[in-house]
Design a protein around this ligand. Structure first.
Ligand code: GLN
Length: 494
């Protein structure tokens, strides 16, 4: 029999509505699963079992008093939260020693939205320190393991968010994506990961890394769940000045209205040639090619296009993201938040030692790099030039979207790698985001979804990109593909 923890949100909604399962049964199933697998997976930094079970009890009481048909979409369902989302009264570390004792006094907008939609919070999920990384190895709190092979990374920076959903330790999770941190871990653990358009989802109450790139989104077991989660998260927030006041379509209805027969008839799907590079894993390339054939069978016209500035994405990102990070992280000074050096000799000593002790080496590397590219004399040569290249990258996409509905690419050049394999070589690590970073530079929405397995049983993902604020299109294309294949139904066996 399928265990409750293995189900999707939409399956649980049906069970709750028909009273075949209660929120307490669902939440208990998740905590039993956590007890059995968490010592091996290590997805969570903080567990909140007591308050989660209390929330579930209240949910069940509400269902019996108001009637199950009136419940909100995430009602009674445990959703894990990445540890850079502020949660009132629950420790929030951003994976860093400098915040290891920080308890926020309020909920960020998206956490509050999930709670308003009825979600239950089982705990806070592990992540790379300040979301800087692709493997979750820069976390102060250890590295989550990939449920498909415990010797491998689950991706990063939302590694805990991916590992927990893939292991059945929650039904969906939140992530943040600055250069690929939702899509990469989703691809490496057989999940659907959504990075919405810049401005679609509020970042208020999310610990900032690089503010012109950061975006909040969900990791889920399938596309329908992705639509349900995005619906709950999206929308204008006056507390985030970068959030855009534009209507949020009904994503779930958008999926239901796709025709059953040839659902992608009339769609034009662009395949950028720069994303099929030499040195890319042969099995990833093969799985993506096979997915293109499936999309053609579903009625789509797939055509090769060019995004000529693709190769400049990684260097451009590492100038802009580090510049913004050096500024965002200046607030951790040992006075206002988190770790403080005891017995400092002077104020400067307090700043210096608190920061030296509190930050890990990847974060320090980025602060130094970011400070350098912003410094007088180098600002024009690096920062300003990178901004100009960013415009060229965005224009490449705009051009392709003049004649195409969505763009299809791989997500990661390789399947999940072994723990330790790239940790000592920052450049190697940075290159794992070559297919995801440019989407952030252009502010576009993109979705990662399962499209295959390697011979040795490691998941492979593909990426669908749409125009700004056209998330419903990428969801529809992904849903059509998912309905025609069975990859999303595969679960890791632990
Ligand atoms: N891996 C990239 C980095 O380290 C992206 C991280 C992210 O999206 N948060 O910056």
């Amino acid at each position: 029999m399928t265990e409750l923890y293995d189900l999707t949100i939409h399956e649980l909604q049906d069970l709750l509505k028909t009273k075949k399962a209660s929120s307490q049964e669902i939440t208990t199933s998740v905590f039993q699963r956590i007890k059995s697998v968490e010592p091996r997976v290590q997805a969570y930094i903080t567990l909140t079992e007591e308050s989660a079970l209390a929330q579930a009890k209240l949910a069940d009481e509400k269902i019996s008093s108001v009637g199950a048909q009136f419940i909100a979409p995430l009602f009674g369902i445990p959703i894990g939260i990445k540890d850079n989302f502020l949660t009132e009264g629950i420790k929030t570390t951003a994976g860093s020693n400098i915040l290891n004792n920080y308890i926020p006094p309020y909920n960020g907008t998206t956490v509050q939205k999930l709670l308003d939609a009825g979600a239950i919070i089982p705990g806070k999920l592990n992540m790379d320190e300040f979301a800087m990384g692709s493997s979750n190895e820069t976390s102060f709190f250890g590295t989550p393991k990939n449920p498909w092979d415990l010797e491998r990374i689950a991706g990063g920076s939302s590694g805990g968010s991916a590992a927990a959903v893939a292991a059945g330790e929650c039904f969906a999770s939140t992530g943040t994506d600055t250069g690929g941190s939702i899509r990469l871990p989703a691809a490496l653990t057989n999940l659907v990961g959504i990075k919405p358009t810049y401005g679609r989802v509020s970042r208020y109450g999310v610990i900032a890394f690089a503010s012109s790139l950061d975006q909040v989104g969900p990791l889920t077991k399938d596309v329908m769940d992705g639509a349900i989660m995005l619906q709950a998260l999206a929308g204008h927030d006056p507390k985030d000045s970068t959030s855009i006041n534009t209507p949020v379509p009904n994503y779930v209805e958008g999926l239901k209205k796709l025709p059953k027969d040839l659902p992608l008839k009339g769609w034009k799907i662009a395949i950028p040639k720069e994303y099929f590079v030499e040195g890319m894993d042969a099995e990833v390339s093969k799985a993506t090619q096979e997915a293109i054939e499936t999309l053609k069978r579903l009625g789509a016209e797939c055509r090769e296009v060019s995004l000529p500035h693709t190769q400049y994405g990684v260097p451009t990102y590492y100038i802009l993201a580090t510049a913004e990070a050096s500024s965002n992280l200046a607030r951790y000074d040992g006075i206002r938040y988190g770790h403080r050096k005891s017995d400092p000799a002077s104020l400067v000593d307090l700043y210096k030692k608190s920061r030296s002790e509190g930050f890990g080496s990847e974060v320090k590397r980025r602060i130094m790099l970011g400070t350098y590219v912003l410094s007088a004399g180098y600002y024009d040569a690096y920062y300003i030039r990178a901004q100009k290249v960013r415009t060229l990258i965005r224009q490449d996409f705009e051009k392709v979207f003049e004649e195409n509905d969505v763009i299809l690419t791989p997500v990661s050049p390789t399947p999940a790698w072994k723990i330790g394999e790239k940790a000592a070589d920052p450049l190697k690590m940075y290159l794992s985001d070559i297919f995801t970073i440019n989407i952030n530079l252009a502010g576009l929405p993109a979705l990662s979804l399962p499209c295959g397995m390697t011979q040795s049983g490691l998941p492979i993902g593909m990426q669908i990109v749409s125009k700004h604020f056209q998330e419903e299109k990428m969801l529809q294309a992904a849903y059509a593909y998912e309905q025609a294949t069975s990859w999303s139904q595969m679960r890791a066996r632990l």
